[in-house]
Design a protein. Sequence first.
Length: 296
Amino acid sequence: MPPLTKKQQAKRRYKQGGCENIDGPGVWCTCVKGKEKQVIGELYDVFESIADDLWPASSALGTREHNADERNANANTDEEQEEEDLEKQLAKELESLKKPKNKHRRFRSVYVDTKCLVYISCKPPVDPVKLCIAYLEEVETKKTARTRNALRMCPVSISCVANPEEIISNAKTLIPLSFNTEPERPYRYKIQLKIRNNSRLKSDQLIPELAKCVPQDHGHTVDLNNPELVILIEVYKVRYNVMIQGKSFDITQFPVDRQAVCGMSVVPDWIRFKRYNIIEVAQSVNTADALKASET
């Protein structure tokens, strides 16, 4: 059997779980089966264009630093070219090729080895909730989606290991901040908890503890039918690598509760944006327009 090429080796490492961790802010997105790669490309294009409008400074920073690095490298090359022999020049070029490219990019995909599901990590100052809202507003306004295979987005402000202690600990940080608005006012809210393939997490045990994280002194009330804010807690079973004391391990080596990751956020307009389902938002607008046209 012939040896694998570098491209084939990289592809095998990618499919075996990669070396990326699922942490921090990002966006989970369900998609049509078999279209995971296409969805990643679609979301990259959409998210980058929206981020250019909402957070232009982050794009400019990466561009300026990248250009500065290139100018410095070119200047050093011009000064030292005459002194260096051919071997040193080649060694220098090879070293520059090994350096990571696009280190300032705002989005990256994390391979999760789960069908119909992708995860796009966001780098600050990108806010995944504002990012998803901006795209859904665009779909609602233009009555069409730029993505073809993406279905439902789930923005994630905080990611953690899916065990009760970690979930409640992070909720105590996130939820009060999300309800602390200026001016202060009461909100109608709902806790939307979705647990997939995990028998150790119980909704009836977690929901009361999550409700205790909501500030009690501003008159916030539960409204399951028409909430203004939704506390979104989603648990996914995925495969990825973790780092423990500087060593990488396949997470499937751990007990079941260590194979799941929890993403949480507090989102507005849950009903308006059809549970953040891109396709349903576009369809609902077009259906409403068709009904109006039929009545005239």
